[in-house]
Design a protein around this ligand. Structure first.
Ligand code: ADP
Ligand code: MG
Length: 331
C-alpha cells in the first residue's frame, strides 16, 4: 500500500490540503505559490488585488487585468447570463451589505437591499477582450468571485501538477476537491471523498463518494450563516430578491471534470432546488450531482457514474431516473 504525503497551507480563506504519493516539498511549494498568486489577484478582502482595482474604478473607468483574471471574469459573466442562473458575478454589493460570516452580520433594511439590486445586473459588467479590460458601468458596483475562485484555483493546481509530472494527487480547498488520477492507498484505486453532514462537526460524514480523476464541489447552507429571530440566513443569495436563497436543499455537490464548472454549477443547481435541479441536470450529460435535502434524503442525479457509500442511517439514498423523471429509493 502506497504512502501518502500531506501538505497544508492556510490560503484563500481556508485550509488547503495537498496529498501526494511521494515526499516532494518542491511540488507542494509550486502548488501553494500558484494559489498565493491567484489569491492576490482575486481577493476582495485585501486592498491591492486586480478585482479590488476593478471595484474601486466602478462607474469611473475600465481596468486592465491579467489574462488569468480576464478569463475567469469572462466565464463568470457568461455563467451569470445563463437562463435561470442564480449565479451572479456582480453580487458584491449584497455580499458587503449582509456581511454573512463576518463581524457585523445583520438583516439589512429592505430599502438598502433594493438599492443594491439596482447595481447587480451582470450586463453592467463590460468586458473588452482585445484590451483585456473590465469596466463596471455603475458607481458602487462590485464583483465577487468568491463562489468560483476555489474551483478555478483547483484547475490551476491541476496544471501545475501536470507541469511537475505529478499524475495522481488530491487538492482539497475546503469543500472544493480535485481528485487527480488515482489513489494508491485505497484497494480499489479510487479516491474516497467524504460527503459532509450538514450542520454537524466538520468531518462527520453522510457518506463516501468514490471517484477517479474528477472534481467534487459542494455548496451548502451550513458553511456560513447566522440566526436572527429563529430564521437562518446563509451566504448564497438570490440575485432576484437580494435575500438568501430558500428551498428544500441543505447542500449540492457537483462531480465534474473541471472544478470551475463544478463550482459554478453547485451554485446554479442549488439555486434551482431539488426538482428543477434534477430536471436541469438531465440535459447536462457532463455533470453529476448529489443533493442533500432538509428532509434527510441524499439524491443522486444519476445512478451509473460513480459509487456512493452511505454512512448515516438517518438519511435515505435515492437516485433520479432520467427516463421516468422520478426519484427511486436505493436504501
Ligand atoms: P463557499 O464559500 O462555502 O465555498 P460558495 O462556493 O457556495 O461557498 O459561494 C458562496 C460565496 O459566493 C458567498 O460567500 C459570496 O461571496 C458569493 N455569492 C453569494 N451569492 C452568490 C450568487 N448568487 N452568485 C454568485 N456569488 C454569490
Ligand atoms: Mg462555489
Amino acid at each position: 500500500m502506497a504512502h501518502q504525503y500531506i501538505y497544508r497551507a492556510q490560503l484563500m480563506g481556508t485550509t488547503v490540503i495537498l496529498t501526494l504519493f511521494e515526499s516532494n516539498r518542491s511540488v507542494a511549494t509550486a502548488v501553494f505559490s500558484s494559489l498565493t498568486k491567484l489569491e492576490s489577484l482575486l481577493t476582495v478582502n485585501g486592498l491591492n488585488s486586480e478585482v479590488m482595482a476593478i471595484n474601486q474604478a466602478a462607474g469611473l473607468h475600465p481596468v486592465t487585468v491579467s489574462p488569468l483574471v480576464f478569463e475567469l471574469i469572462n466565464y463568470a459573466k457568461q455563467a451569470s447570463l445563463l437562463p435561470r442562473s442564480v449565479f451572479n458575478l456582480a453580487i458584491g454589493p449584497l455580499v458587503k451589505l449582509w456581511r454573512i460570516g463576518f463581524k457585523g452580520q445583520t438583516v439589512p433594511k429592505d430599502t438598502k437591499i433594493q438599492e443594491c439590486l439596482r447595481i447587480t445586473d451582470p450586463n453592467f459588467v463590460e468586458l473588452n477582450p482585445e484590451m483585456s479590460t473590465v469596466y463596471l458601468k455603475k458607481k458602487n458596483m462590485a464583483l465577487d468571485l468568491g463562489a468560483i475562485a476555489k474551483g478555478y484555483a483547483a484547475d490551476i493546481v491541476n496544471v501545475v501538477l501536470d507541469e511537475n509530472g505529478v499524475s495522481d494527487a488530491m487538492i482539497d480547498l475546503g469543500g472544493n476537491v480535485l481528485a487527480k488520477g488515482q489513489s494508491f492507498t485505497n484497494e480499489d484505486n479510487c479516491w474516497h471523498v467524504g460527503l459532509q453532514k450538514p450542520f454537524a462537526e466538520r468531518g462527520e460524514l453522510l457518506g463516501m463518494i468514490k471517484i477517479v480523476n474528477k472534481s467534487i464541489v459542494t455548496s451548502g447552507i451550513y458553511e456560513r450563516f447566522f440566526m436572527h429571530r429563529g430564521k437562518r440566513y446563509h451566504h448564497i443569495f438570490d440575485p432576484r430578491t437580494g435575500y438568501p436563497l430558500d428551498n428544500d436543499l441543505e447542500s449540492v455537490s457537483i462531480i465534474s471534470e473541471a472544478s470551475l464548472t463544478g463550482d459554478v454549477y453547485s451554485t446554479i443547481i442549488y439555486g434551482l432546488g431539488l426538482m428543477q435541479g434534477l430536471e436541469y441536470l438531465s440535459h447536462q450529460q457532463m455533470l453529476i450531482a448529489l443533493f442533500v435535502t432538509k428532509d434527510k434524503r441524499i439524491i443522486c442525479s444519476d445512478k451509473l457514474h460513480f459509487d456512493f457509500v452511505k454512512l448515516d442511517a438517518a438519511y435515505s439514498l435515492w437516485y433520479f431516473d432520467k427516463q421516468l423523471k422520478q426519484i427511486t429509493l436505493v436504501h
